[in-house]
Design a protein around this ligand. Structure first.
Ligand SMILES: Cc1cc2nc3c(=O)[nH]c(=O)nc-3n(C[C@H](O)[C@H](O)[C@H](O)COP(=O)(O)OP(=O)(O)OC[C@H]3O[C@@H](n4cnc5c(N)ncnc54)[C@H](O)[C@@H]3O)c2cc1C
Length: 585
């Protein structure tokens, strides 16, 4: 069925530019020789300024015209007549965006349907604004740390900040990146349709906005990707008023700075906000249901994180309790009252009064109104869309629903921006007939506190269980930032790194880092895991001195593989390389 007139009008109303088209029909799996430009780390492609753009009225003619040299980066009109699009993506957060870019690169004709704002959570209410707040507040913390600065011979006067200015930095960054994402789609010919989408049958989707007759339509697609993301999860008994009791959605606007805030949940979102708030002068109380802070982190790393990120700061905490009842207050007039209940005994144990509460208890998948029964599927008991490892949606009997995929937070496999994007690319590969599976154990994660925490793979606790279950000897290599010249030059020697590996094979099971720029450092390890490199392969790689990367160099060099795997390792390859290079020269 052809796209409705309303859809076309909507595209025109949005000012979406259709880019130059290449050959009218390209094989579905054909690889467009796109020269992708990456600008924000989320697999974004060429900006509109780099790409020739023509108006939508020239689309058909351009599609028949001979292929100009650089036009292959734009979406190809490959829909075979039976469908409006090769691929329709519901939701244009980073997952949907990443999938759309890759699909165009693969020669598919693509539309995204977005019900709220391009960029979704990450760009508008997540990674991006939170990192802006962390950058600004981190600078304040650093410049107010007189002891740290004077140890390097630096003196500063009084350091002040403007709350509204910090908030504006976060807002402006989000809107800039949102604009970049939108232009990056338009410039390669992706149609951006506005509205909430729902399935009306196999390979058919209807979309629209409540109360807007001018927006919406129905489209068909050979394949459909669900990328509808998530929203903050709020436990029962906690009314959100958006002023004194709020989620990260409100907190990122930094509308006020309470003197004392309780943060419910000490996962990475709660921790990052504690970093922002304490740097800007707010006292924090953590309320955590399990017995230790930072559940999910490697225990040893969590202990050091507690020393570096909590103990020396105006932060206290209650663990093993839940906030069973929260009564909102009035800013500056009436406090918020929180009833604390023992997580195990369910007995009320305390009541505290604070100026504000941030609920950071995780994220819930957002699938409202998708009408999954129309494709024979339903969400699981936690609300996620069930998928297999190829991101194919499963029906209520556990069988694959043909031509429907789900990526990102909505499937709950790994609720991080880059995981959503990687899953989107993977789904497109599968759509193009090239079987692909994301190795989630190679996907890094980071918490952007000061200092940062990052990891990839399993924790030491899990690695020990695996060693027992599978009968191998676990190797643990550790190092400290205290021996790193670059970290010491910055007077930032606090931190450690740890690698877990199999002593018999050298397989890397996990790497954990806390310290300066840990979020950037983790990628050498995650790429090694993704490409199947073993410890003995990488321990002979050379790292520039003095750099923080030598922390990882130390980890790799500190590992000792035993038995036959240790022989014939990277040392031999490294020794052979110069001869080859000399011969080639
Ligand atoms: C405070 C905070 C900080 C974070 N920091 C980081 C970080 O530093 N690094 C990191 O990797 N991750 C971070 N995350 C997590 C990250 O934001 C998410 O994992 C990521 O945004 C998920 O991407 P997604 O594409 O699956 O979904 P989303 O980004 O949620 O996008 C889904 C989109 O789908 C749209 N949509 C939903 N339903 C429909 C429908 N029926 N029709 C049309 N459109 C629809 C929504 O409007 C939305 O735009 C953070 C999250 C928060 C809250």
């Amino acid at each position: 069925m052809a796209a409705s007139m309303a859809a076309t009008q909507q595209r025109l109303a949005l000012g979406a530019k259709q880019a130059t088209f290449g050959p009218a029909v390209a094989p579905r799996s054909a690889k467009a020789n796109a020269s992708a430009k990456r600008f924000n780390g989320l697999v974004a492609e060429a900006m509109s300024s780099c790409i020739p753009v023509v108006s939508s009225s020239r689309r058909t003619a351009a599609a028949r015209a001979p292929l100009p040299a650089r036009s292959s980066v734009v979406a190809q009109a490959t829909a075979d007549g039976k469908f409006d699009y090769d691929l329709v993506i519901i939701g244009c957060g980073v997952g949907g965006h990443g999938a759309a870019l890759h699909a165009v690169e693969c020669g598919l004709k693509v539309a995204v349907i977005e019900g709220h704002d391009i960029g979704g959570t990450c760009v508008n209410r997540g990674c991006v604004p939170s990192k802006a707040l962390l950058a600004a507040s981190g600078r304040v913390r650093e410049m107010r740390d007189k002891a740290h600065l004077s140890a390097m011979g630096v003196q500063v006067g009084a350091v002040s900040f403007d709350r509204a200015g910090v908030a504006a930095h976060a807002k402006d960054l989000a809107s800039n990146i949102q604009g970049n994402l939108k232009r990056s789609l338009e410039s390669i010919g992706v149609d951006i349709l506005t509205g909430q989408a729902k399935f009306v049958g196999p390979q058919k989707v209807r979309y629209g906005l409540p109360g807007r007759v001018d927006i919406g339509g129905e489209v068909t697609a050979r394949d459909i990707i669900i990328a509808t993301g998530s929203v903050p999860f709020v436990p029962p008994g906690i009314p959100i008023d958006g002023k004194t009791v709020f989620t990260s959605d409100h907190a990122l606007k930094l509308e006020w700075l309470p003197n004392w805030i309780a943060i419910i949940g000490s996962g990475y979102i709660g921790l990052e906000f504690s970093d922002v708030y304490t740097a800007l002068g707010t006292e924090v109380t953590f309320i955590e249901a399990v017995d230790n802070l930072m559940p999910g982190f490697d225990r040893e790393i969590a202990r050091l994180a507690q020393r570096l990120l909590i103990n020396g700061r105006p932060i206290d905490y209650h663990t093993g309790v839940i906030a069973s009842k929260v009564t909102p207050g009035v800013p500056g007039v009436k406090p918020v009252v929180i009833e604390l209940t023992d997580f195990k005994t369910k007995e009320k144990v305390d009541e505290i009064e604070v100026d504000a509460v941030l609920v950071a208890t995780g994220r819930a998948p957002y699938t409202n109104g998708l009408n999954l029964p129309a494709i024979g599927s339903a969400t699981d008991r936690r609300g996620f869309v069930p998928v297999n490892e190829k991101m194919q949606v499963l029906d209520t009997a556990g069988k694959v629903v043909p031509h429907v995929y789900c990526i990102g937070d909505a499937n709950g496999k790994y609720m991080l921006a880059h995981a959503a994007s990687a899953q989107g690319i993977s789904a497109v590969e599968n759509i193009c007939g090239r079987p692909h599976v994301v190795n989630h154990l190679s996907v890094p994660a980071a918490c952007f506190t000061h200092p940062e925490v990052s990891f990839v793979g399993v924790t030491q606790e899990r690695a020990e269980e695996l060693a027992k279950e599978q009968g191998f000897k676990l190797g643990v290599s550790k190092t400290s930032f205290k021996g790193n010249s670059k970290a010491l030059a910055e007077k930032e020697g606090d931190g450690m790194a740890k690698m877990l590996y199999r002593k018999d094979t050298g397989e890397i099971l996990g790497v954990h880092i806390i310290g300066l720029h840990a979020a950037d450092l983790i990628h050498e390890a995650s790429n090694a895991i993704a490409t199947g490199q073993r410890v003995q392969d990488i321990k002979f790689c050379v790292h520039a001195h003095p750099t923080l990367s030598e922390v990882l160099d130390e980890l790799f060099k500190g590992a000792h593989v035993e038995g036959p795997a240790a022989a014939g390792n990277g040392a031999a390859k490294a020794a052979a390389a110069p001869k080859a290079a000399v011969a080639a020269a």
